[in-house]
Design a protein around this ligand. Structure first.
Ligand code: NAD
Length: 497
């Protein structure tokens, strides 16, 4: 039995669902194969999960196709769909503790984040799209000549969602909730590192009354299950969140199969620009949060911190001090700020980048080493003397590694901020309104946070510019990914105008 630092018992979740969910049933994979999912706190196996591949994707797509072509989900009113989404949201609220602890065990996320942010956020996302489900409508168009038209918004059909491991629950619902509201049916391929909570959500979806075949989950690996979904001839759209490399493969698979529509939420290397007029303590706290939250495993992490020369030295000193009070440890312990990296591969990848940073000539000010005897923990790490063309300033590390870079002028800051292939998010810290607005318009990225960071909301669309992808999750914009627009034209004779 594990204990937290207060001496109280840490309650581990019971793992109840480990099979594929297809057409409303939990099933073994066709091959009978399973794979291990591991606890990143120790590297120990938590359980084995059904390993789906092409044969299982075929079954799941067939179930989703039947549910779309002949089932009630796309045909019921938006209001009815919304009521069922509300019910699912309530069921999630009733299981917050258990769901949060599954994601902590499977992915090393802080239990407190799961309990207070991720899982309640999933329920709220369902409620947001439940409210939208009966407000999906087209336009009436006055055409030239003796015609008029109206547009219909129709569900796109069968959707494949392929999601990453860093926010297993939030990623699941930022795809599934709007697709359900739109009337689509779907197959979700969760990341192989964190398959457990997605299967739990299938159980709750069934309890809520979502008809069989509407949500199917095929756990398994990317090059097998994921690739089969992306290249399937009977999938109408694929919504992907993950790395830029795999995003390219998804587009290729869509192009080579049935030209399904594709939306991609990809990697980032987000800059935070801190100007001389900023409150230094506030700026240090914001920058720290922007990169060390969720152990740096956030696509919008502020991994490049640009500080203007007037406050640079003070900023560096305080940024290092802040790391000294940052507690790395068991994510179930409420005193801990940072848990382990998701798996051994990610742990080794981050350490390799720290090594590259040292070899490239950046100065390692603090951190840089693994912590603890076992598990995948890494110290919060800060590099200074980072140059824009270094690998640590260009590549997405996806770990707790801050790169600090000095700048002189606003023009230089803008140029540096735009100097990577990514364009997902950016932060600006200044008291000058014009600086904030000017820089916001000059940075090519999908989200800009001024004097704040990670301020997400259901209503606020989110997605990338450049090689961070295209399409938007969250907000009403996300519905567009799951809707087709049809123009219906009729003649109109003798119209007075
Ligand atoms: P990944 O690209 O390796 O995997 C993402 C998903 O794709 C997984 O489910 C994986 O199994 C699947 N996959 C892998 N190869 C595939 C293939 N050939 N065909 C089809 N599917 C395949 O990414 P990851 O390591 O799981 O996640 C980290 C990445 O995700 C980072 O780059 C991060 O920035 C990005 N991310 C982006 C956002 C965003 O909203 N922009 C959010 C979270 C994470």
């Amino acid at each position: 039995m594990a204990m937290n630092c207060n001496g109280s018992e840490i309650k581990m979740p019971e793992i109840k669902f480990t099979k594929l969910f297809i057409n409303g049933h939990f099933l073994d994979s066709v091959s009978g194969k399973t794979f291990e999912t591991r606890d990143p706190r120790t590297g120990d196996v938590i359980t084995r999960v059904a390993e789906g591949d092409k044969a299982d994707i075929d079954l799941a797509v067939n179930a989703a196709r039947q549910a779309f072509d002949n089932g009630p989900w796309p045909r019921m009113s938006g209001y009815q769909r919304g009521r069922i989404l509300m019910k699912l949201a309530d069921l999630i609220d009733q299981h917050i503790e258990e769901l949060a602890s599954i994601d902590s065990l499977d992915g090393g996320k802080l239990l407190s984040h799961g309990k207070f942010l991720d899982i309640p956020g999933c329920a709220n996302s369902l409620r947001y799209y439940a409210g939208a489900a009966d407000k999906i409508h087209g336009d009436t168009l006055k055409m030239s000549g003796e015609f008029q038209a109206y547009t219909l918004k129709e569900p796109v059909g069968v959707v494949g969602h392929i999601i990453p491991w860093n926010y297993p629950s939030s990623m699941f619902f930022c795809k599934v909730a709007p697709a359900l509201a739109a009337g689509c049916t779907m197959i979700v391929k969760p990341a192989e590192q964190t398959p457990l909570s997605a299967l739990y959500y299938c159980h709750l979806a069934k309890l809520a009354g979502i008809p069989d075949g509407v949500i199917n989950v095929v756990t398994g690996f990317g090059p097998t299950a994921g690739a089969a979904l992306a290249s399937h001839m009977d999938v109408d759209a694929v919504s992907f969140t993950g790395s830029t490399e795999v995003g390219r493969l998804i587009m290729e698979a869509a192009a080579k199969s049935n030209l399904k529509t594709v939306s991609l939420e990809l990697g980032g290397k987000s800059p935070v620009l801190i100007f001389d007029d900023a409150d230094v303590d506030m700026a240090v706290a914001l920058a720290h949060t922007s990169i060390f939250t969720n152990k740096g495993e956030i696509c919008v992490a502020g991994s490049r911190i640009y500080v203007q020369e007037g406050i640079y030295d003070e900023f560096v000193k305080k940024a290092v001090e802040k790391c000294k009070n940052w507690v790395v440890g068991d994510p179930f312990n409420p005193q801990v700020h940072q848990g382990p990296q998701v798996d051994k591969m990610q742990f080794e990848r981050v350490l390799k980048y720290i090594d590259i940073g040292k070899k490239e000539g950046a100065t390692l000010l603090t951190g840089g080493k693994p912590c603890g005897e076992k598990g995948y923990y890494i110290e919060p790490t800060i590099f200074t003397d980072v140059k824009d063309d270094m690998k640590i300033a260009q590549d997405e590390i996806f770990g707790p590694v801050m790169s600090l870079i000095k700048f002189k002028t606003i023009e230089e800051a803008i140029e540096k901020a735009n100097s990577t292939k990514y364009g997902l998010a950016a932060g600006i810290v200044t008291k000058d309104l014009n600086t904030a607005n000017r820089v916001s318009r000059s940075i090519r990225s999908g989200v800009i946070w001024i004097n704040c960071y990670f301020a997400f909301d259901q209503d606020c669309p989110y997605g990338g510019y450049k090689m961070s992808g295209f399409g938007r999750d969250l907000g009403l914009n996300a519905l567009d990914k799951y809707l087709q627009v049809k123009s219906v034209v009729t003649p109109i004779f003798g119209s007075p105008w």
